[in-house]
Write a protein that binds this ligand. Structure first.
Ligand SMILES: NC(=O)C1=CN([C@@H]2O[C@H](COP(=O)(O)OP(=O)(O)OC[C@H]3O[C@@H](n4cnc5c(N)ncnc54)[C@H](OP(=O)(O)O)[C@@H]3O)[C@@H](O)[C@H]2O)C=CC1
Ligand SMILES: O=C(O)CCC(=O)C(=O)O
Ligand SMILES: [Mg+2]
Length: 738
C-alpha cells in the first residue's frame, strides 16, 4: 500500500488535483514516499457499483469500500478532498453523462417494479447524498485555522458586509412539533442491548417492521423524534406570508445532501407551499408527469417543458404568477433565474448562512440586488445558533476579521454519530399510527404517535466515540490553552443523555487548570461570539451537526472561507484522515474555468492537509525525511501567504495553477535551505534554482491561457487527459517537476 492515499473527487478540487498531485508526487518521491489514489468521485462510485452493466475495460474497483476498510487500520494515512454529496438531480445528471460516454448504466428507477429495478434503486440510493464521509470518518473531528492563516487574515482582512441596527434579517424556526420538540432519548442499558427493530403500528393494531436487526450496544445513546408535516406546512405558509408582509427575501436553509432522506422532504413541502396554487390547479397533470416537489422547481420546470406547448405555457404562466404573488425569493443565481427552491443541493445551510452573515445579513434577490432576508430553518434544534450570531451583529455591527479571535472545533462525528447517521432510520409515516423502537427483548424504548406523512427518525451515537470526543476536547484545550465549551442543552432529550456521559468521562482526564464548561447552543453561540469580538479564542466542543455548521460559520467570518481550515480526523484505531478545509466542491468555480479558463479554487486546505499527513507519517513510521518535508511545507505555506500568492478571484490574477507553482518554488527552496537531510538538500537545490530562474516564463505560460473557454469533455467524468492538459499548461514547470 502507498504511504499516503490521496482521494480523487469531483468539481473544483479535482481540477486542482490535476495540477497539484504531480507536484506532490515529485516531492514525496524524492523522500522515498509513495502517494496512491482512490476514486471517491460521484462518477467513480456509480461505475464501481454497476459492474454487471459495463464492459470489462469499463469496470472499476470499489475504492470507497477499500478506503472504508483502510481507515480502520492503524497505518491509514488518507488525504480526503471534498466530494460531491449528490442530490437527486445531480445523480441523474451524472448517470446521463456516463451513458452518453458509452457506459450502459440503468436510469434511476423512480418507481421500481421488477427485482432488478429495486436493486438498481437501492444501489443509487446508497450513492446519493453524503455517502462518503460517514464511511471514512472513523474518528472525531479536529478543525481549526492554522496559525499562519489566522495571522494572515488579521493582517489582510477580507471584506465584510455592513450590519445595520435596522436590518430586518432574521431566522424563523418552528419551535414546536419539530425534531427538537418531539425528541426522546435513552442510553441503552445492558438489558436492552442486541438487535432492535423499528415498527409502525397502524390504527387497526397491525404492525409493519420498518427496520430490523438494528444493533444497539450497552452505553449507546439512541434518540427517536419526528416532525409533524401538518405543523410544518402551517409554519411555512405563515413564514411565506410574513416575508411578503415585511418586504424581506424568503429563504430556506437545509442540509438536503447530508440529511438525504428527511431534508429533501422538508424542501419539497416548501416548494409545494410556495407554489400551492400551481400544485392545486394542475394536480392531475403534475401527477401524470411524475412531478415531485422534493426535486425542486428546476425539475418541475423541466418536466412541464415536455408537455404539449399550450399546456406547458399555461402551467409556466401559473408558476410565474405564483412566484410574483409570493415574497421575493432569495436567489442562487439571479442572472439565470435560479431560485433557492430550484435544487435542494444549491443552498446548503452550513455554507449559506455564514455567507449571508458575512455579507451583513443580505441575500441576493430576483432583481439582482441585495436585501434583508428571512432565513427559514424549520427544525429548532440548532436554528438559535444563527439567531444568536445575527442578533449580535445587528446590535454590535459586523465582526472585524482584523481583530477577532478564533473558534476551533472538536466535533463528535465517529461512527455515523447523531443526525448525520440517521438516514437508514428515517421514515415517512405511511399512515396515522405509532412508530416505535423495540429492543431485543421486546420492550418499547421510544414511541411516538404520528400522522400520515410525518417525518420520523432515529439517531444512534455510540459510546466509544463519545468517550474519544471528550478526550479530544480535553487534549485540544490543554494543547491550545483555550477554554472549551461543550455546546449541550440540558433541556433537550439527546443532550441531557450526552451531558451525563461528559460528566462521567471528564474525570478520566487531567483537567486541572482548564476552563471547560457546558452551555446550551444558543447561549454558547452568544458567549463565543462576544469573546471573538474581543479577540478571545474559544474551542467549541460539539455534536456532529454543530461541528458541520460551526466549522463553516466561524472560519467564513474569521478568514473569509472555510477552505483554509486544517481539518484532522484522528482515527480511533490510530491512523490519520486529513480532510481539506471544511467547505465543499464549489461548483461555480468549475463554471468559471469552463467559461474563461480561470480556476479560483484555493488549495490552501490541501497544503495544510498534506503537511499534517506528512507529520503523521513522520511520527507513526519514525520517518525523518517525512518530518523534513512537513516542516519545509509549513515554511512554504507561510511564504505563500506572506507574498500574496494565493489565487485571486478574477482573470488576470494568479489562479489555482499559479499558486501551485509558488508552493512548489517555496517548498523546494525551503528544502534546499534546510540542513537536517543532506540528500533532500542536494536533490532540491537545483530544482529550487530552476523554478526560480524560470519564474517569469512559468507564470506567463500559466497566465497566458486565461480568458477563453476550455473544453473539459465532461463535468462528472471528464477524461483525465483533457483535465490534465487544461490544468498543466506550463511546459517549463512540467519539465522541472517531471
Ligand atoms: N467534505 C465534503 O465532502 C463536503 C462536500 N460538500 C459538497 O460540495 C458541494 C458544494 O457545496 P456548497 O455548500 O456550495 O459549499 P462550497 O464550499 O463548495 O461553496 C461555498 C463557497 O465557498 C467558497 N469556497 C469553498 N471552497 C473554496 C476554495 N477551496 N477556494 C476558494 N473558495 C472556496 C466559495 O465561495 P466564493 O465563491 O465566495 O469564493 C464557494 O462558492 C456539494 O456537492 C456538497 O455536498 C460540501 C461540504 C463538504
Ligand atoms: O458530507 C457532506 O455532505 C458534507 C460534509 C460537510 O459539510 C462537513 O463535514 O463540513
Ligand atoms: Mg460542512
Amino acid at each position: 500500500m502507498a504511504d499516503i492515499i490521496y482521494t480523487k473527487v469531483d468539481e473544483a478540487p479535482e481540477l486542482a488535483s490535476a495540477s497539484f498531485l504531480p507536484i506532490i508526487r515529485s516531492f514525496t518521491k524524492a523522500a522515498g514516499l509513495s502517494v496512491g489514489t482512490k476514486d471517491i468521485s460521484l462518477a467513480g462510485r456509480i461505475l464501481a457499483n454497476f459492474p454487471e452493466y459495463l464492459t470489462d475495460d469499463q469496470k472499476q474497483p470499489d475504492d470507497l469500500a477499500e478506503l472504508g476498510a483502510l481507515v480502520k487500520q492503524p497505518d491509514a494515512n488518507v488525504i480526503k478532498l471534498p466530494n460531491i454529496s449528490a442530490s437527486q438531480p445531480q445523480l441523474n445528471a451524472a448517470i446521463k453523462e456516463l451513458q452518453a460516454q458509452g457506459y450502459k448504466l440503468p436510469d434511476y428507477p423512480y418507481e421500481p417494479k421488477t427485482d432488478e429495478e429495486k436493486t438498481v434503486k437501492a444501489k443509487y440510493e446508497a450513492i446519493k447524498g453524503s455517502a462518503v464521509n460517514p464511511v471514512l470518518r472513523e474518528g472525531n473531528s479536529d478543525r481549526r485555522a492554522p496559525k499562519a492563516v489566522k495571522e494572515y487574515a488579521k493582517k489582510n482582512p477580507h471584506r465584510m458586509g455592513e450590519w445595520l441596527p435596522s436590518s430586518k434579517t432574521h431566522v424563523a424556526t418552528m419551535g414546536e412539533h419539530d425534531f427538537r420538540a418531539n425528541e426522546k432519548s435513552v442510553t441503552i442499558p445492558a438489558a436492552s442491548a442486541g438487535k432492535a427493530k423499528i415498527e409502525f403500528v397502524a390504527g387497526d393494531g397491525s404492525v409493519t417492521a420498518l427496520k430490523t436487526g438494528w444493533l444497539l450496544e450497552e452505553g449507546d445513546v439512541v434518540d427517536g423524534t419526528f416532525m409533524s408535516v401538518k405543523a410544518l406546512n402551517a409554519f411555512l405558509e405563515n413564514q411565506i406570508q410574513d416575508a411578503k408582509d415585511q418586504g424581506v427575501l424568503f429563504s430556506l436553509h437545509m442540509k438536503a445532501t447530508m440529511m438525504k432522506v428527511s431534508d429533501p422532504i422538508i424542501f419539497g413541502h416548501c416548494v409545494k407551499t410556495f407554489l400551492k396554487d400551481v400544485f392545486d390547479k394542475h394536480a392531475a397533470t403534475l401527477a401524470e408527469l411524475g412531478a415531485n416537489p422534493d426535486l425542486g422547481i428546476g425539475d418541475l420546470e423541466a418536466k412541464v417543458a415536455t408537455l404539449p406547448a399550450g399546456k406547458a405555457a399555461e402551467i409556466q404562466a401559473d408558476i410565474k404568477a405564483a412566484m410574483a404573488d409570493g415574497p421575493a425569493m432569495y436567489m442562487v443565481n439571479s442572472d439565470k433565474g435560479i431560485t433557492n427552491l430550484h435544487v435542494s443541493s444549491d443552498v446548503i445551510i452550513d455554507a449559506s448562512m455564514p455567507a449571508l452573515i458575512r455579507a451583513g445579513g443580505k441575500g441576493w434577490g430576483p432583481d439582482g440586488n441585495e436585501a434583508d432576508t428571512k432565513c427559514v430553518i424549520p427544525d429548532s434544534s440548532y436554528a438559535g445558533v444563527y439567531s444568536a450570531v445575527i442578533d449580535f451583529c445587528r446590535e454590535n455591527g459586523a465582526l472585524d476579521p482584523a481583530r477577532m479571535g478564533t473558534v476551533p472545533n472538536v466535533g463528535l462525528m465517529a461512527q455515523k454519530a447523531e443526525e448525520y447517521g440517521s438516514h437508514p432510520q428515517t421514515f415517512k409515516a405511511p399512515a396515522d399510527g405509532t412508530i416505535r423502537i423495540v429492543d431485543a427483548s421486546g420492550n418499547t424504548l421510544i414511541e411516538h404517535g404520528v400522522q400520515e406523512g410525518d417525518i420520523w427518525r432515529a439517531c444512534l451515537t455510540k459510546d466509544a466515540p463519545i468517550r474519544d470526543w471528550v478526550k479530544l476536547g480535553v487534549t485540544r484545550a490543554r494543547l491550545s490553552g483555550m477554554p472549551g465549551i461543550f455546546w449541550l442543552d440540558r433541556t433537550r432529550a439527546h443532550d441531557a443523555e450526552l451531558i451525563k456521559k461528559v460528566e462521567a468521562y471528564l474525570p478520566e482526564h487531567d483537567t486541572s487548570g482548564l476552563d471547560l464548561q457546558i452551555m446550551a447552543p444558543t447561549e454558547a453561540a452568544r458567549y463565543t461570539t462576544e469573546r471573538i469580538a474581543k479577540g478571545l479564542d474559544t474551542i467549541s466542543i460539539t455534536g456532529n451537526v454543530l461541528r458541520d455548521y460551526l466549522t463553516d460559520l466561524y472560519p467564513i467570518l474569521e478568514v473569509g472561507t472555510s477552505a483554509k481550515m486544517l481539518s484532522i480526523v484522528p482515527l480511533m484505531n490510530g491512523g490519520g484522515l486529513f480532510e481539506t478545509g471544511a467547505g465543499g466542491s464549489a461548483p461555480k468555480h468549475v463554471q468559471q474555468l469552463i467559461e474563461e479558463n480561470y480556476l479560483r479554487w484555493d488549495s490552501l486546505g490541501e497544503f495544510c492537509a498534506l503537511g499534517a499527513s506528512l507529520e503523521h507519517l513522520a511520527n507513526a513510521k519514525d520517518n525523518a525525511k517525512a518530518a523534513v518535508l512537513a516542516e519545509t511545507l509549513d515554511t512554504a505555506v507561510e511564504k505563500l501567504l506572506d507574498n500574496g500568492k494565493s489565487p485571486s478571484r478574477k482573470v488576470g490574477g494568479l489562479d489555482n495553477r499559479g499558486s501551485h507553482f509558488y508552493i512548489a518554488l517555496y517548498w523546494a527552496r525551503a528544502l534546499s535551505e534546510q540542513d537536517k537531510d543532506a540528500e533532500l538538500k542536494a536533490h532540491f537545490t537545483p530544482i529550487a534554482e530552476a523554478l526560480a530562474t524560470n519564474e517569469d516564463a512559468i507564470v506567463s505560460e500559466l497566465n497566458g491561457v486565461q480568458g477563453s473557454p476550455v473544453d473539459l469533455g465532461g463535468y462528472y467524468h471528464a477524461p483525465q487527459d483533457k483535465v490534465s492538459t487544461a490544468m498543466r499548461p506550463s511546459a517549463t514547470l512540467n519539465g522541472v517537476i517531471g
